[in-house]
Design a protein. Sequence first.
Length: 346
Amino acid sequence: MVSIVLALAFYWSNPAHAFVLDVNQSSCTAGQEAICNQLEALLEGTVNSALGGVNLKDFLKAAGNANAVSTHGFLAPGVIYDRDLWVAAIGGAAVALPKGGASGINGKDDSLPGVGIGASSGVNVGISGKWLHTALGLGGDPSRVALSATFMTLNFSNLGPGISYKTTVMGAGVHYVLDKGSDLVPMIRWNGFRISSGLIYSASRIGYTRDLSFSASESTTGASIAWTPRLAMGLESDIFTIPTEITTGIRFFRFWNFYTGLGLNFNFGGSQITGSTAGAVTSSGPVTFAGDGALSSSGGKVAPNLVQASFMLGTQLDFGPIGIHVQGVVSSPRVVGLQAGIRAQI
């Protein structure tokens, strides 16, 4: 019988909504064609019955949602004061949780669990609007405006046996202080309200490589057939996000901040699983069978949720020009994330 491990291995292995194993027979013992055909059909039927109805839509949608939330706050890291320039290093991760109820290949709907994981990192550079005010002769209060850009690519070729990971983040944002805040009591200050928006692109590539072996047998003659594929698959997620968030907070003793925010993400792009799974098909017993087998599918990229609402809560410690922040975010649908960073500002 084909091992249940096949189902687990192909959790990452198909770019759309269905798996179909196709065996190509190249040779068979003379006079035993009927048994060879029976073995071929047995292997295909066993694999296809187990995986033919598997639907990856929820899984790929969750991957895109997690990817988007992993970059939360990358354009506006922590609490930004009226400074001329800042440079920050940021890291973030997010997990999209599955829906309740029966799911999975043993569940009622033959869909993989809608669990997604996203991780990103970036360098953020920001400048005060005062620079543009001087250059362009703009009116208004330039200290209320700031511009920022985020960028970074990281590549980990060996995170574990056969596992690789690459992430790329690029984006630009604009920030406006709606209210500069005020002192509430000595040593306690309300930081006012800030609104931020922009465009950020986050790409992740997770690769997985492994040698596998599966078999099925024919009970009448005792003949068996084996498929030994090379699994070389990857999860690819390319998400464009327009984040919009309003934040506020309180500062204690001139160095300790607590802040919170509400936001909306508008997401575009999609996620898919790419690669190939192919290998030799051989037999043992009273017949000699030779050929190869490959897993194929139909469909393409699955888009993330178009709109995600979020709630964020964080804290920041300031040591002169250095700020260190940590923040958590809860986003629809069922996504939780954590970001942290360190920033130097003048």
